[in-house]
Write a new protein. Sequence first.
Length: 323
Amino acid sequence: MPDQSEFSHPFSPTDGERQRVQAGDLAMIFTSDYKRFVARIHPEGVTHTHLGAFRHADLIGATWGSTVKSQIGYDALVLQPSLTDIMKSLKRSTQIIYPKDAAYIVHRLSLRAGSRVVEAGTGSGGLTTALAWAVAPSGMVFTHEAREDIYQVARENLARVGLSPFVKMFLCDIEEGFRAEDADAVFLDVREPWRYLAHVRRALRPGGFFASLLPTANQVIELLRAFDEHHFADVSVEELILRSYKPTPERFRPDDNLIGHTGYLVFARCIDLGEDMARWRQPERQRYEARLQTQAELEAEARRRAAEVAAGGKKYPKLPLPG
Ligand SMILES: C[S@@+](CC[C@H](N)C(=O)[O-])C[C@H]1O[C@@H](n2cnc3c(N)ncnc32)[C@H](O)[C@@H]1O
Protein backbone atom coordinates (compact mmCIF):
# COMPACT_ATOMS: atom_id res chain seq x y z
CA MET A 1 0.00 0.00 0.00
CA PRO A 2 1.60 3.38 -1.01
CA ASP A 3 2.28 5.98 1.66
CA GLN A 4 -0.89 8.13 1.34
CA SER A 5 0.83 11.24 2.74
CA GLU A 6 3.01 11.38 -0.40
CA PHE A 7 -0.09 11.64 -2.60
CA SER A 8 -2.18 14.09 -0.58
CA HIS A 9 -3.33 17.17 -2.51
CA PRO A 10 -2.13 20.50 -1.05
CA PHE A 11 -5.75 21.51 -0.63
CA SER A 12 -6.84 18.32 1.10
CA PRO A 13 -7.55 19.39 4.67
CA THR A 14 -5.87 17.45 7.43
CA ASP A 15 -8.14 15.94 10.11
CA GLY A 16 -7.86 19.11 12.24
CA GLU A 17 -8.43 21.49 9.31
CA ARG A 18 -11.48 19.52 8.19
CA GLN A 19 -13.48 20.80 11.18
CA ARG A 20 -12.24 24.29 12.09
CA VAL A 21 -10.51 27.30 10.55
CA GLN A 22 -6.79 27.41 11.29
CA ALA A 23 -4.03 29.96 10.67
CA GLY A 24 -2.59 29.35 7.16
CA ASP A 25 -5.89 28.06 5.69
CA LEU A 26 -7.40 29.53 2.56
CA ALA A 27 -10.86 30.66 3.67
CA MET A 28 -13.85 32.38 2.10
CA ILE A 29 -16.08 34.91 3.83
CA PHE A 30 -19.51 34.53 2.23
CA THR A 31 -21.95 37.37 2.93
CA SER A 32 -25.76 37.13 2.89
CA ASP A 33 -25.87 39.04 -0.43
CA TYR A 34 -23.74 36.27 -1.97
CA LYS A 35 -20.46 38.23 -2.17
CA ARG A 36 -17.31 36.11 -1.69
CA PHE A 37 -13.98 37.17 -0.19
CA VAL A 38 -11.12 34.64 -0.36
CA ALA A 39 -8.20 35.18 2.02
CA ARG A 40 -5.29 33.30 3.55
CA ILE A 41 -5.90 33.24 7.32
CA HIS A 42 -3.24 34.96 9.41
CA PRO A 43 -3.54 35.65 13.17
CA GLU A 44 -3.07 39.41 12.54
CA GLY A 45 -4.92 39.46 9.21
CA VAL A 46 -8.07 41.46 8.40
CA THR A 47 -10.40 41.07 5.38
CA HIS A 48 -12.21 44.26 4.43
CA THR A 49 -15.67 43.91 2.88
CA HIS A 50 -18.67 46.17 2.12
CA LEU A 51 -20.17 44.81 5.38
CA GLY A 52 -17.16 45.81 7.48
CA ALA A 53 -13.84 44.22 8.39
CA PHE A 54 -13.51 40.59 9.46
CA ARG A 55 -10.58 40.01 11.84
CA HIS A 56 -8.92 36.68 11.15
CA ALA A 57 -8.32 36.21 14.88
CA ASP A 58 -12.14 36.00 15.23
CA LEU A 59 -12.29 33.39 12.44
CA ILE A 60 -9.58 31.06 13.77
CA GLY A 61 -11.24 28.18 15.62
CA ALA A 62 -14.67 28.76 13.99
CA THR A 63 -16.29 25.64 12.53
CA TRP A 64 -16.31 25.65 8.71
CA GLY A 65 -19.81 26.62 7.57
CA SER A 66 -20.64 28.64 10.69
CA THR A 67 -21.44 32.34 11.13
CA VAL A 68 -18.76 34.92 11.86
CA LYS A 69 -19.27 38.65 12.59
CA SER A 70 -17.68 41.74 11.03
CA GLN A 71 -16.43 44.50 13.32
CA ILE A 72 -19.62 46.47 12.61
CA GLY A 73 -21.86 43.50 13.43
CA TYR A 74 -22.75 41.95 10.05
CA ASP A 75 -22.94 38.15 9.75
CA ALA A 76 -21.16 36.04 7.13
CA LEU A 77 -20.43 32.36 6.68
CA VAL A 78 -16.85 31.11 6.76
CA LEU A 79 -16.32 28.39 4.12
CA GLN A 80 -13.47 26.62 2.37
CA PRO A 81 -13.36 28.14 -1.14
CA SER A 82 -13.96 25.86 -4.12
CA LEU A 83 -11.63 25.94 -7.14
CA THR A 84 -14.27 28.09 -8.88
CA ASP A 85 -14.26 30.52 -5.92
CA ILE A 86 -10.47 30.66 -6.02
CA MET A 87 -10.37 31.31 -9.78
CA LYS A 88 -12.99 34.06 -9.50
CA SER A 89 -11.07 35.67 -6.62
CA LEU A 90 -7.88 36.20 -8.66
CA LYS A 91 -6.73 39.72 -9.38
CA ARG A 92 -7.20 40.30 -13.11
CA SER A 93 -4.79 41.87 -15.54
CA THR A 94 -6.39 40.03 -18.49
CA GLN A 95 -9.63 38.18 -19.21
CA ILE A 96 -9.44 34.77 -17.52
CA ILE A 97 -10.65 31.45 -18.84
CA TYR A 98 -14.08 30.70 -17.36
CA PRO A 99 -14.24 27.86 -14.82
CA LYS A 100 -16.64 25.90 -17.09
CA ASP A 101 -14.05 25.93 -19.89
CA ALA A 102 -11.11 25.31 -17.51
CA ALA A 103 -12.80 22.23 -16.05
CA TYR A 104 -13.40 20.74 -19.49
CA ILE A 105 -9.87 21.59 -20.69
CA VAL A 106 -8.40 19.68 -17.72
CA HIS A 107 -10.63 16.73 -18.57
CA ARG A 108 -9.89 16.72 -22.34
CA LEU A 109 -6.13 17.09 -21.79
CA SER A 110 -6.43 14.09 -19.47
CA LEU A 111 -4.52 15.86 -16.69
CA ARG A 112 -4.04 14.24 -13.31
CA ALA A 113 -1.61 14.30 -10.38
CA GLY A 114 1.87 13.93 -11.89
CA SER A 115 1.09 15.34 -15.39
CA ARG A 116 3.44 17.82 -17.06
CA VAL A 117 1.55 20.58 -18.85
CA VAL A 118 2.87 23.54 -20.85
CA GLU A 119 0.82 26.74 -21.11
CA ALA A 120 0.94 30.15 -22.84
CA GLY A 121 0.02 32.92 -22.18
CA THR A 122 -0.23 32.88 -18.44
CA GLY A 123 -2.41 36.00 -18.36
CA SER A 124 -3.84 36.48 -14.86
CA GLY A 125 -3.15 32.82 -14.06
CA GLY A 126 -6.81 31.77 -14.19
CA LEU A 127 -6.27 28.59 -16.16
CA THR A 128 -2.84 28.08 -14.53
CA THR A 129 -4.69 27.79 -11.20
CA ALA A 130 -6.94 25.01 -12.52
CA LEU A 131 -4.01 23.23 -14.20
CA ALA A 132 -1.86 23.36 -11.05
CA TRP A 133 -4.79 22.16 -8.94
CA ALA A 134 -5.12 19.14 -11.30
CA VAL A 135 -1.43 18.14 -11.53
CA ALA A 136 -0.47 18.73 -7.84
CA PRO A 137 1.21 17.42 -5.81
CA SER A 138 3.57 15.48 -8.10
CA GLY A 139 3.14 17.21 -11.48
CA MET A 140 4.15 20.59 -12.89
CA VAL A 141 2.73 23.43 -15.00
CA PHE A 142 5.26 25.26 -17.23
CA THR A 143 3.63 28.59 -18.04
CA HIS A 144 4.92 31.32 -20.39
CA GLU A 145 4.00 35.01 -20.45
CA ALA A 146 5.50 37.74 -22.64
CA ARG A 147 4.45 40.82 -20.64
CA GLU A 148 6.22 41.51 -17.35
CA ASP A 149 3.35 43.44 -15.68
CA ILE A 150 0.94 40.58 -16.43
CA TYR A 151 3.50 37.96 -15.34
CA GLN A 152 3.89 39.71 -11.95
CA VAL A 153 0.12 39.72 -11.29
CA ALA A 154 -0.08 35.99 -12.08
CA ARG A 155 2.92 35.29 -9.84
CA GLU A 156 1.21 37.07 -6.92
CA ASN A 157 -2.11 35.32 -7.62
CA LEU A 158 -0.52 31.86 -7.59
CA ALA A 159 1.47 32.61 -4.44
CA ARG A 160 -1.64 33.94 -2.65
CA VAL A 161 -3.60 30.75 -3.27
CA GLY A 162 -0.65 28.47 -2.44
CA LEU A 163 -0.17 26.89 -5.89
CA SER A 164 3.31 28.30 -6.73
CA PRO A 165 5.16 25.02 -5.90
CA PHE A 166 3.38 23.35 -8.83
CA VAL A 167 4.07 26.07 -11.42
CA LYS A 168 7.31 27.07 -13.18
CA MET A 169 6.78 30.54 -14.64
CA PHE A 170 8.73 31.91 -17.60
CA LEU A 171 8.77 35.56 -18.64
CA CYS A 172 9.36 35.10 -22.37
CA ASP A 173 7.80 35.23 -25.82
CA ILE A 174 6.92 31.75 -27.10
CA GLU A 175 8.09 32.91 -30.51
CA GLU A 176 11.46 31.69 -29.20
CA GLY A 177 10.03 28.30 -28.17
CA PHE A 178 8.89 26.78 -24.89
CA ARG A 179 11.12 26.28 -21.84
CA ALA A 180 9.94 22.72 -21.25
CA GLU A 181 9.83 19.42 -23.08
CA ASP A 182 8.37 15.93 -22.76
CA ALA A 183 5.03 17.47 -21.80
CA ASP A 184 1.85 15.42 -21.65
CA ALA A 185 -0.14 18.40 -22.90
CA VAL A 186 0.22 21.93 -24.26
CA PHE A 187 -2.48 24.60 -23.97
CA LEU A 188 -2.38 27.92 -25.84
CA ASP A 189 -4.47 31.00 -25.04
CA VAL A 190 -2.76 33.43 -27.43
CA ARG A 191 -4.08 35.34 -30.43
CA GLU A 192 -2.33 33.32 -33.19
CA PRO A 193 -1.70 29.79 -31.88
CA TRP A 194 -1.09 28.38 -35.42
CA ARG A 195 2.22 30.29 -35.50
CA TYR A 196 3.63 28.17 -32.66
CA LEU A 197 2.70 24.61 -33.67
CA ALA A 198 6.31 23.67 -34.53
CA HIS A 199 7.30 24.71 -30.97
CA VAL A 200 4.31 22.83 -29.56
CA ARG A 201 5.52 19.64 -31.30
CA ARG A 202 8.96 20.03 -29.76
CA ALA A 203 7.52 20.52 -26.26
CA LEU A 204 5.11 17.55 -26.44
CA ARG A 205 5.85 13.90 -25.85
CA PRO A 206 4.90 11.66 -28.81
CA GLY A 207 1.14 11.50 -29.11
CA GLY A 208 0.67 14.32 -26.57
CA PHE A 209 -2.47 16.42 -26.17
CA PHE A 210 -2.93 19.93 -27.57
CA ALA A 211 -5.72 22.44 -26.94
CA SER A 212 -6.41 26.09 -27.54
CA LEU A 213 -9.23 28.50 -26.70
CA LEU A 214 -10.12 31.02 -29.40
CA PRO A 215 -12.80 33.71 -29.26
CA THR A 216 -13.44 33.95 -33.02
CA ALA A 217 -14.28 31.46 -35.77
CA ASN A 218 -11.69 33.09 -38.07
CA GLN A 219 -8.93 32.07 -35.66
CA VAL A 220 -10.29 28.51 -35.46
CA ILE A 221 -10.15 28.19 -39.26
CA GLU A 222 -6.50 29.38 -39.33
CA LEU A 223 -5.59 26.82 -36.68
CA LEU A 224 -7.41 23.99 -38.48
CA ARG A 225 -5.51 24.82 -41.68
CA ALA A 226 -2.15 24.62 -39.84
CA PHE A 227 -2.72 21.19 -38.27
CA ASP A 228 -1.87 19.21 -41.43
CA GLU A 229 1.51 20.82 -41.92
CA HIS A 230 2.53 20.10 -38.32
CA HIS A 231 0.97 16.63 -38.05
CA PHE A 232 -1.87 17.01 -35.58
CA ALA A 233 -4.82 14.60 -35.86
CA ASP A 234 -7.95 13.63 -33.91
CA VAL A 235 -9.07 17.24 -34.22
CA SER A 236 -12.28 18.52 -32.65
CA VAL A 237 -13.82 21.94 -32.11
CA GLU A 238 -16.32 22.36 -29.29
CA GLU A 239 -18.11 25.10 -27.39
CA LEU A 240 -19.63 24.91 -23.94
CA ILE A 241 -22.82 26.78 -23.12
CA LEU A 242 -23.57 26.88 -19.41
CA ARG A 243 -27.08 27.75 -18.30
CA SER A 244 -27.72 28.76 -14.68
CA TYR A 245 -31.07 28.60 -12.91
CA LYS A 246 -32.65 30.61 -10.10
CA PRO A 247 -32.62 28.13 -7.22
CA THR A 248 -36.00 29.27 -5.90
CA PRO A 249 -38.29 26.24 -5.28
CA GLU A 250 -41.46 28.37 -5.62
CA ARG A 251 -40.35 29.96 -8.90
CA PHE A 252 -37.68 27.72 -10.40
CA ARG A 253 -36.62 29.04 -13.82
CA PRO A 254 -33.49 29.97 -15.83
CA ASP A 255 -31.43 33.02 -14.88
CA ASP A 256 -32.28 36.12 -16.91
CA ASN A 257 -28.71 36.53 -18.16
CA LEU A 258 -26.91 33.89 -20.17
CA ILE A 259 -23.24 34.22 -21.15
CA GLY A 260 -23.61 33.53 -24.84
CA HIS A 261 -20.04 32.88 -25.97
CA THR A 262 -16.72 32.57 -24.16
CA GLY A 263 -14.62 30.80 -26.78
CA TYR A 264 -14.23 27.89 -29.17
CA LEU A 265 -12.19 25.02 -27.75
CA VAL A 266 -9.94 23.25 -30.24
CA PHE A 267 -8.40 19.87 -29.34
CA ALA A 268 -5.86 17.75 -31.27
CA ARG A 269 -3.22 15.04 -30.81
CA CYS A 270 0.37 15.33 -31.99
CA ILE A 271 1.10 12.37 -34.32
CA ASP A 272 4.29 11.00 -35.85
CA LEU A 273 5.88 13.09 -38.62
CA GLY A 274 6.14 9.94 -40.76
CA GLU A 275 2.35 9.57 -40.89
CA ASP A 276 0.44 10.36 -44.09
CA MET A 277 -1.91 13.14 -42.94
CA ALA A 278 -4.46 12.36 -45.69
CA ARG A 279 -5.27 9.11 -43.84
CA TRP A 280 -5.79 10.75 -40.46
CA ARG A 281 -8.05 13.70 -41.26
CA GLN A 282 -11.52 13.69 -39.72
CA PRO A 283 -13.89 11.33 -41.65
CA GLU A 284 -16.16 14.30 -42.42
CA ARG A 285 -13.25 16.13 -44.04
CA GLN A 286 -12.11 12.98 -45.92
CA ARG A 287 -15.64 12.59 -47.33
CA TYR A 288 -15.76 16.26 -48.35
CA GLU A 289 -12.36 16.01 -50.06
CA ALA A 290 -13.40 12.81 -51.90
CA ARG A 291 -16.56 14.59 -53.06
CA LEU A 292 -14.55 17.57 -54.37
CA GLN A 293 -12.25 15.22 -56.25
CA THR A 294 -15.15 13.30 -57.84
CA GLN A 295 -16.77 16.58 -58.81
CA ALA A 296 -13.55 17.83 -60.45
CA GLU A 297 -13.16 14.53 -62.38
CA LEU A 298 -16.78 14.63 -63.59
CA GLU A 299 -16.46 18.25 -64.69
CA ALA A 300 -13.28 17.41 -66.63
CA GLU A 301 -15.05 14.47 -68.30
CA ALA A 302 -18.05 16.68 -69.14
CA ARG A 303 -15.69 19.21 -70.77
CA ARG A 304 -13.93 16.46 -72.73
CA ARG A 305 -17.26 15.06 -74.00
CA ALA A 306 -18.60 18.52 -74.88
CA ALA A 307 -15.48 19.15 -76.95
CA GLU A 308 -15.94 15.77 -78.67
CA VAL A 309 -19.61 16.51 -79.46
CA ALA A 310 -18.70 20.00 -80.74
CA ALA A 311 -16.17 18.36 -83.04
CA GLY A 312 -19.00 16.22 -84.54
CA GLY A 313 -18.45 13.14 -82.35
CA LYS A 314 -21.09 10.91 -80.72
CA LYS A 315 -23.76 12.16 -78.26
CA TYR A 316 -23.56 11.15 -74.54
CA PRO A 317 -26.20 10.81 -71.77
CA LYS A 318 -25.99 13.46 -68.98
CA LEU A 319 -23.28 12.85 -66.33
CA PRO A 320 -24.43 12.48 -62.68
CA LEU A 321 -22.78 15.44 -60.90
CA PRO A 322 -22.58 14.83 -57.09
CA GLY A 323 -25.24 16.74 -55.13
C1 LIG B 1 -6.14 36.06 -22.72
S1 LIG B 1 -4.65 36.13 -21.85
C2 LIG B 1 -4.53 34.55 -21.09
C3 LIG B 1 -5.47 34.40 -19.93
C4 LIG B 1 -5.24 33.14 -19.14
N1 LIG B 1 -5.51 31.95 -19.91
C5 LIG B 1 -6.07 33.13 -17.86
O1 LIG B 1 -6.96 32.26 -17.71
O2 LIG B 1 -5.83 33.98 -16.99
C6 LIG B 1 -3.44 35.98 -23.14
C7 LIG B 1 -2.04 36.23 -22.62
O3 LIG B 1 -1.11 35.71 -23.57
C8 LIG B 1 0.03 36.55 -23.56
N2 LIG B 1 0.73 36.31 -24.82
C9 LIG B 1 0.30 36.65 -26.06
N3 LIG B 1 1.21 36.27 -26.99
C10 LIG B 1 2.23 35.68 -26.32
C11 LIG B 1 3.47 35.10 -26.72
N4 LIG B 1 3.83 35.07 -28.01
N5 LIG B 1 4.30 34.59 -25.76
C12 LIG B 1 3.92 34.62 -24.46
N6 LIG B 1 2.77 35.17 -24.02
C13 LIG B 1 1.92 35.71 -24.94
C14 LIG B 1 -0.55 37.94 -23.40
O4 LIG B 1 0.40 38.87 -22.91
C15 LIG B 1 -1.69 37.69 -22.42
O5 LIG B 1 -1.29 37.91 -21.11
